[in-house]
Design a protein around this ligand. Structure first.
Ligand code: 3PG
Ligand code: MG
Length: 401
């Protein structure tokens, strides 16, 4: 049984609290282009500050191979300040004299952001000596960066294992862990999963694991084409991973032997090329022409998915149904998203979604707030869905209780 320390029990007053956050946010022209991840961690930061902790933020940004001003967290710290509505100081290094001096100046309740941890190459090596230097800056450790938990790096893993610092999940991390538990450990059945997106190749493990967890697997997006091809259907010029057709066949066979239902499109929207507002038409999934490209699911498929959802109690969703970034091929994803939001609001469905494209698609459908839980994590969400225990989560676990 997993168990974690609770932030409720942490005595942070006057303490230096190292808080691992994910400030790896999209930047444009030196400014933060999307603050979603910062909004998520703001409650943890403000709570620790309100309780009188000295809040020291640790994060990476991008994948620098050496310190580079374009990867500095300084402008991100300014955005954190705007969102938490209090001053956030900045230190030009995450270890050593600059970090130490900035921390020495902190008063209870102050917030400080340290420079990009990846400016030290030891970070990605989970280097113990580097982790000890980080750990020496704090009295306790709070991890609120679920989206980095699949990385075994110094500022989220070795920092705990080498130091014995008491480690707590932050509020956003805890919400992600609770949602995963509710979806996979203690879900209300029947459980369905929607897996979409372009490629099966990145989701083979996920599909295999989900089959053991869900009653119904709904497959959408480009990856559905490979399944249609595996069933002997002609898919024209559609995206297809031909070399994975045998894997798709195996998944279909496994579903049959486990008595799981797999839902594939029964009709599709096709066009001659992928571009916004090109002429398109709806055809049965059995009648795709030689020059057609499948770009979305059709109305009968949408109805089919919604009827499955109407008898589902718990839903896990990763990946869009069609080429949602291009109108009108966003229609299938939006209609299903609206149905999920309605069922959730009506208390008939518990809905969890995550993954980069998925969040973008749900935002497009304006339903993000109406789902039970939407994870902003990409890789960490996917790996959790594959049934893996993430290294960054493992170090937060305490045995017994
Ligand atoms: C992310 O944005 O997915 C996380 O911050 C991890 O970043 P990384 O993929 O560069 O390790
Ligand atoms: Mg990434």
């Amino acid at each position: 049984m997993q168990s974690f320390r609770s932030l409720d029990d942490a005595n942070v007053k006057g303490k230096r609290v190292l808080v691992r956050v994910d400030l790896n946010v999209p930047m444009q022209d030196g400014k933060v282009a999307d603050s979603t991840r910062i909004e998520e961690i703001a409650p943890t930061i403000n709570e620790l500050s309100d309780k009188g902790g000295k809040v020291i933020l640790l994060s990476h940004l991008n994948r620098p191979k050496h310190p580079d001003p374009k990867d500095s967290l300084r402008p991100v710290a300014a955005e954190v300040s705007r969102i938490v509505k209090r001053p956030v100081a900045f230190a030009e290094d995450c270890i050593g004299p600059k970090a130490e001096a900035a921390i020495a100046r902190m008063k209870d309740g102050d917030i400080l952001c340290l420079e990009n941890t990846r400016f030290h190459l030891e970070e990605e090596k989970n280097d113990e000596a580097f982790a000890r230097k980080l750990a020496a800056l704090g009295d306790l450790f709070v991890d609120d960066a679920f989206s980095v938990a699949h990385r075994e790096h110094a500022a989220n893993c070795a920092i705990v294992t080498v130091s014995g610092l008491p480690a707590y999940p932050g509020r956003a991390m805890k919400a992600e862990l609770d949602a995963l538990e509710k979806a996979f450990e203690t879900p209300e059945h029947p459980v369905a999963a929607i897996v979409g997106g372009a490629k099966i190749s990145t989701k083979l493990e996920l599909l295999g694991h989900l089959l053991s967890k869900v009653e119904t697997l709904i497959i959408g997006g480009g990856m559905a084409n490979t399944f249609l091809a595996a069933q002997g259907k002609s898919i024209g010029k559609s995206l297809c991973e031909n070399h994975l057709i045998p894997n798709a066949r195996d998944i279909l066979a496994k579903a049959k032997s486990l008595h799981r239902e797999i839902v594939l499109p029964v009709d599709v929207v096709v066009a001659q090329k992928l571009a916004a507002h090109v002429p398109s038409r709806v055809v049965s999934a059995d009648e795709v022409g030689a020059t057609d490209m499948i770009l979305d699911i059709g109305p009968r498929s949408i109805e089919q998915v919604i009827s499955v959802l109407a008898r589902t109690k718990t839903l896990v969703w990763n990946g869009p149904f069609g080429a949602f970034e291009c109108e009108p091929f966003d229609n299938g994803t939006i209609e299903v998203a609206e149905a999920v939001a309605e069922l959730t609001t009506a208390g008939r469905l518990v809905s969890f979604a995550g993954g980069g494209d998925t969040v973008a698609a749900l935002n497009l459908a304006s339903v993000t707030d109406r789902l039970s839980h939407v994870s902003t994590a990409g890789g960490a969400f996917l790996e959790s869905l594959e049934g893996k225990t993430l290294p960054g989560v493992k170090v937060l676990m305490v045995s017994g209780k």
